[in-house]
Design a protein around this ligand. Sequence first.
Ligand code: SAH
Length: 501
Amino acid sequence: MSDDDITERLAPGTAYLVGSGPGDRGLMTARSLELLATADVILYDKLIPDGALSDVREDAILVDVGKIGGGKQVPQETTTALVVEHALAGRSVVRLKGGDPFVFGRGGEEAQACAAAAVPFEVVPGVTAGIAASAYAGVPVTQRGVAAAVAFVTGHEDPAKPETQIDWPALAAFPGTLVFYMGVRQLPRIAEQLIAGGRSADEPVAIVQRGTYGDQRSIRGVLSTIAADAEAAQIKPPSITVIGPVAALHDELAWLDAARPLAGVTVAVTRARAQASALAARLRTLGATAIEAPAIRIEPLEAEVPDLTTYDLVAFTSPNAVDRFFALVRDARVLAGPTVAAIGPGTARALRAHGIAADVVPPRSIAESLVDALAEVPVTRALIPRAEEARDVLPDALAARGAEVTVLPLYRTVAEPLDDTARDAALGARYATFTSASSVRFFHAAAGTLEGPRIVSIGPATSAALRELGCEPDVEAEVHTPDGLVAALVADAAHHAQTSE
Ligand code: SAH
């Protein structure tokens, strides 16, 4: 067996105590994603990033230990017991916890239980909320000349109770930044104790709610009045409270709004699951909450690619056609002779991944534009590998020029069932995005309506499919690529925010 044959397999019977980071999926570690993609069992918390579980194995056992039947939290002892039981049964277990597993995450107790049961375990640190939420609010928890130390403190306990584990006078005297977790409800008492212990009433404070999530909110104030400010702003858990002069840097360094034009905006992505994740990830980077509601799936068709030595043009009209084509041929040398055309940059990229640089890529990613781009290219025999249901604009135009055209259907687009949760989430989103006519038709068929979200179309063919169903798209991308669609959506969201609020 060579190295090539080694595929990632997790050690059976091992427990992985994994931090999911504070909420932004982009802050999950590479190791956490690797483990999630291969684990047999995943026991996850309530507070994990949206889409954290989107790449798990289809047959993985997923257990939500954040709640029982929509209600109460699963007791810690039950969760710990489950980790141990699944591991002892020989399964690889990922215990996915918000933030870092060892920072107020009870990961230490789970590790102890594993050790006691002789279950091998690994710990995968995550980005902890105290640091990440602060950073996303423009607050560095240490800063040269301002704060040389930082303390993470649980705000869970009532400081007035005699059994408090926290030495409040010592904490008040701590020479650095204080970051409170779980402290929203105790805020009045916390502020009181710290002032009583000698902290200035004017000490800067920042509170960050749902830090790094799309709907992050923060407030800034001073110690003596922060509890009232938080109450007025209806600050709710999960929030962290940062106390110290660094909190004032928020006023200067808050950067999130500029970087996240889609913060707080929900966007439904209806394209096939295989392609949805890249678009969803792009939207999330811009701050959106992306809802994956795939309406279509690619179904490969039986096909045989003819001998291409007698062809002078091969025109690809989708990345899927490229991938299917290369699944059927021996290697890229079959394309050594003919001119190779791609309908757009995505298709050209797919070709490049297989070692082919497209000779012709039209300026606009639509069949009409490809026809124009091919006007000067001599064509006698053309092969068009594509979807079964694609439009005939290109074959018809080439045939009209006297070329002999072979259309080679390589896949068909079929409906992906849409469950009620995905349907409701998609229809409740601010935007729904459509990147093909078939996703329009299948989504409409599955959802029964296109009403609710603002409708974003990637281009004219998709818009035509929308109009056939009586739906005028609210936004049509000028550049007919996923990036173009995202740009059009961002422009619309900016405009909308200005005009509606
Ligand atoms: N292990 C986690 C903390 C779990 S305790 C970590 O390392 O981050 C739960 C508390 O963490 C919440 O009450 C809140 O104070 C804080 N928290 C978790 N996620 C947060 C977020 N996205 N924004 C602000 N605070 C968060």
